[in-house]
Design a protein around this ligand. Structure first.
Ligand code: ATR
Length: 285
């Protein structure tokens, strides 16, 4: 474990949770879970665990056998987490990616994936975007996109197109999910047809300051462009969306809070109200 940062709480009697990823120092999860804990009267401590890719399995097992009762899992460990746990929820099994681990009865590790619930709840409830009958373009074919495909398809969307830098990876993912609805896949240059209702960026291209080279016709004034990444100011993707005059541009703050609420509910059996947390984060968006 490269670094541990104390988040919510700090009381020795508190139940321990945390986030495992690399990097994690920028994470808002301790703040979010701290607010949930306070509002629901739950005594928890939430820490950040910066685990290098080669250390994830050993370190996560060490944490979960020495007092930590649950972990959120982020880049780049979501697929490794699916291999680590003893049981998967149906949606995590579908995704073959885990963002939430819960220790059950002190012995069983349950893996869930709350990313899709987080995205769908943010779009539908927080942003007021109904998903039924929408055409959606998903950029990327990694762990982030795996987690949201099933929950999006369950909302009776009209069509999902997955576009990825490595087209074969997108096609393989589409084949895994085609029984749930209309999913096609290809490279960025293969994207065609009328402008999309929704474009979701699930690539890590922004981290390198790059933007996938999409045909201009993918966006028009009614398109919502949503970046799963969150941070202050524009990302490369949201800047691109504004120059293309997208109807609406959003970042993944709401998805972050909603996936955290679903994880908290799994761990503590109490569903926290996300509205005060979204309001508290508003100045940082
Ligand atoms: P995650 O779990 O965050 O999805 P990942 O599995 O490494 O992480 O996937 C990262 C995604 O971002 C992939 O779709 C990757 O494309 P490839 O499958 O071709 O690797 C995409 N990606 C990363 N850097 C990119 C870039 N500079 N331009 C376009 N896509 C990029």
């Amino acid at each position: 474990m490269a670094a541990t940062v104390t988040g919510a709480g700090g009381d020795g009697a508190a139940d321990q949770y945390g986030l495992a990823g690399h990097p994690v120092a920028h994470s808002w999860s301790p703040f979010i879970h701290g607010m949930f804990a306070k509002a629901t009267g739950e005594n928890i401590v939430y820490r950040l665990y910066d685990l290098l890719p080669g250390q994830f399995r050993r370190e996560a097992l060490h944490l979960l056998t020495s007092g930590v009762r649950g972990l959120n899992v982020t880049v780049p460990h979501k697929q490794a987490a699916a291999e680590l746990v003893n049981e998967l929820t149906a949606r995590a099994a579908r995704a073959q990616a885990v963002n939430t681990i819960a220790l059950r009865d002190g012995a069983t590790l349950l893996g869930d994936n709350t990313d899709g619930e987080g995205l769908v709840t943010d779009l539908e409830r927080n942003l007021g975007i109904p998903l039924a009958d929408r055409r959606i373009l998903l950029l990327g074919a990694g762990g982030a996109v795996r987690g949201v495909l099933g929950p999006l398809l369950e909302r009776s969307v009209r069509e999902i197109v997955i576009a990825n830098r490595t087209p074969a990876r997108a096609r393989a993912l589409a084949a895994e999910f085609h029984d749930l609805g209309a999913v096609t896949a290809g490279g960025f240059a293969d994207v065609d047809g009328p402008p999309f209702d929704l474009i979701v960026n699930g690539t890590s291209a922004s981290l390198a300051g790059e933007m996938p080279d999409l045909p201009p016709g993918a966006v028009d004034g009614h398109t919502l462009c949503y970046d799963m990444a969150y941070g202050r100011g524009d990302t490369t993707f949201t800047r691109w969306a504004r120059t293309r005059r997208a109807g609406r541009v959003e970042k993944g703050w709401g998805m972050l809070v909603e996936q955290a609420a679903a994880a908290f509910t799994l761990w503590r059996g109490k569903r926290p109200d996300t509205r005060p947390v979204l309001a508290a984060l508003a100045p940082f968006r």
